[in-house]
Design a protein around this ligand. Structure first.
Ligand SMILES: *Cc1c(COP(=O)(O)O)cnc(C)c1O
Length: 383
């Protein structure tokens, strides 16, 4: 039997990536600027702008983390400020708050989408204002590709006049009410890290609603050089632009994005069918037709008492057969590094962290891989 490692999510090239990279080599555009960078930005913009939601500008950057950092700077976040942030997420969502000397205020998830809980968010906003400080921004995440409760989060953002940074790192290709994720926040971010739905090996993008914000982001991402023949700086800058080589990979990947979304959704359907005869195992799905997830990762929750097997038992069964699976993101308020930061919640994120499991979901899994996964899971659930 073939025991090659089956990954949760691995890079899947489309074919044209090397063409764009070769063009870069031939023109000697081996730099963090060039035709692939602008070509990649244009293709993202065209992809997101399927309807007229208003203007959109895209800045290609070295990572999604860099994009969040720049969004916070553009929103004027300063040392001592507070930023509301979904607790159940990857640390990259919250780390840039700390880069700026600001304080994250962590918020629990709700059960329908696993994302920012509108009730807890509002409780937190009221309490922070009462304590004397109105938070500067809200960071909301479309975790595992599932859109957050866009309407409710936007309503709260409007009511309290606190802007939203939409962390769409895992949700390129997802939609809410037919509008693409990555177009909802005052600022939005994407990631093209190696494990995401498409990749540039490493990279990200900041999406803004106007040209001035994009220009400011690119200025800061290229060491904040003032207009002058020599190198002149009146602000601290960063080295955050995407390279023209990486952007070449991105252009090739954009051509196959819809196909990758279809393949991930097909993996999700595979798990729905696989688990349907079993009680106590719930495959996490869209709450209603407004939501369309790219199903970047398929997530299950296991009720050990009903299923007869715990999350850890199932994870170990898969691990023994060289199949990767993982608990959900450990909530930030439980992380040693964020221990002393405020948290508002009801135990949902903790519960998901205890009982949830992410399953192999790559767009490049073969029929043979599926057979191996099916067999291990069926045998494990038999015990
Ligand atoms: C991957 C990821 C990021 C960060 O993106 P990088 O490109 O790896 O810096 C941010 N938020 C979430 C939710 C992510 O999954």
């Amino acid at each position: 039997m073939n025991k090659n490692k089956i990954w949760l999510s691995s890079p899947h090239m489309g074919g044209n990536e090397l063409t764009y990279i070769n063009e870069a080599f031939q023109a000697n555009w081996i730099a963090p600027l060039g035709p692939n960078v602008s070509g990649f930005e244009d293709s993202i913009k065209t992809y997101l702008q399927t309807k007229n939601y208003g203007p959109l500008e895209v800045a290609a950057l070295s990572s999604g983390t860099a994009a969040i950092h720049l969004a916070l700077i553009l929103l004027g976040v300063k040392p001592g400020d507070e930023v509301l942030c979904q607790s159940m997420t990857f640390a990259a969502t919250a780390n840039p708050i700390k880069y700026l000397g600001a304080t994250p205020v962590f918020i629990d998830s709700e059960k329908d989408t696993l994302n920012l809980c509108p009730e807890q968010l509002e409780i937190a906003i009221k309490d922070r204002i009462l304590k004397g400080k109105k938070p500067k921004a809200i960071i909301a995440v479309h975790l595992y590709g599932m859109p957050y409760k866009v309407n409710q989060i936007e309503a709260i953002s409007k009511k309290y006049e606190i802007p939203v940074i939409e962390d769409s790192a895992e949700a390129l290709g997802s939609t809410f009410k037919e509008q693409k994720c990555g177009t909802f926040g005052d600022f939005s971010i994407l990631s093209f890290n190696g494990n995401k739905i498409i990749t540039t090996s490493g990279g990200g993008a900041l999406i803004t609603k106007n040209k001035e914000h994009k220009d400011k982001a690119v200025f800061l991402a290229t060491q904040a050089r003032d207009e002058a023949p020599h190198y002149q700086h009146s602000q601290i800058g960063y080295n955050y632009r995407l390279s023209n080589i990486s952007a070449g990979i991105g252009r090739g990947q954009m051509e196959v994005l819809d196909n990758r979304v279809a393949a991930r959704r097909d993996m999700f359907q595979f798990y729905v069918n696989l688990f349907s005869p079993y009680k106590g195992i719930h495959v996490f799905a869209e709450p209603n037709e407004d939501y369309f997830s790219n199903h970047w990762l398929t997530v299950i929750t296991i009720d050990e008492k009903v299923a007869g097997v715990s999350r850890e038992e199932l994870r170990k069964c898969l691990e023994k057969e060289n199949i990767e699976s993982r608990p959900l993101w450990k909530p930030m308020h439980l992380q040693p590094v964020f221990e002393s930061d405020p948290y508002y919640g009801n135990g949902i994120a903790e519960d998901m962290f205890e009982n949830g499991l992410c399953l192999p979901s790559g767009s490049n899994l073969s029929d043979n891989d599926r057979d191996r996964i099916r067999e291990v899971i069926i045998n494990c659930l038999k015990k």
